[in-house]
Design a protein around this ligand. Sequence first.
Ligand SMILES: NC(=O)c1ccc[n+]([C@@H]2O[C@H](COP(=O)([O-])OP(=O)(O)OC[C@H]3O[C@@H](n4cnc5c(N)ncnc54)[C@H](O)[C@@H]3O)[C@@H](O)[C@H]2O)c1
Length: 179
Amino acid sequence: MLTGKTAIVTGGARGIGAGIARVLASQGARVAVLDLDGAEAEKTALALPTPGLAVGCDVAVEAETVKALRAVVDTFGGLDIVVNNAGVGRGASDPNVPRAAPGSLGSGALSAAQWDEYLSQNLRTTFVTTSVAAERSSTSPRSPDWSRRPGCRPTRRPKPASFRSPRRWRSSTRRMTSA
Ligand SMILES: NC(=O)c1ccc[n+]([C@@H]2O[C@H](COP(=O)([O-])OP(=O)(O)OC[C@H]3O[C@@H](n4cnc5c(N)ncnc54)[C@H](O)[C@@H]3O)[C@@H](O)[C@H]2O)c1
């Protein structure tokens, strides 16, 4: 079903990301596993049912992500699917993570500094990866290979009729307010 498609999964070396990578590859997609842990990413990529790729990188760092996606596009010839999975949190298996006391709201188990760090990491990885990938996706007008794909042209979305001219907008406003 995904034969001929290419994907990246951030944080794909283990856990949920590795599971997503396996599902995509089992559908025929070529998957690049991007992870801080390059060695584990390599093992995961090697075990995929469709041959994949491993790239060790920090997807919160723009320069590393640009380099990683360049390697992906060079190897696969394009990019169709982006899975923003990488993130940090209070993993259930981490014995160093304080647990919330039963019946409490749990705020005491997480300092404001940790909250800032988690939020920054989890949002930043998604922002950096999405913005870098959007420039390189197979259907991006700015992607180097978009023009070679048959029928793939940037589309202009027509503006809604009521916003085409101030006069039309005013008349539709009048209609709405007089009803
Ligand atoms: N497991 C849960 O119960 C749960 C619940 C809610 C949300 N999540 C989120 O789902 C995602 C996956 O969870 P998981 O349990 O599989 O986590 P995990 O800790 O098992 O795996 C996360 C992977 O992401 C990688 N990673 C983290 N930051 C990265 C970065 N900046 N660049 C590249 N790789 C990075 C890590 O090296 C690791 O291999 C995380 O974003 C997590 O916060 C998990």
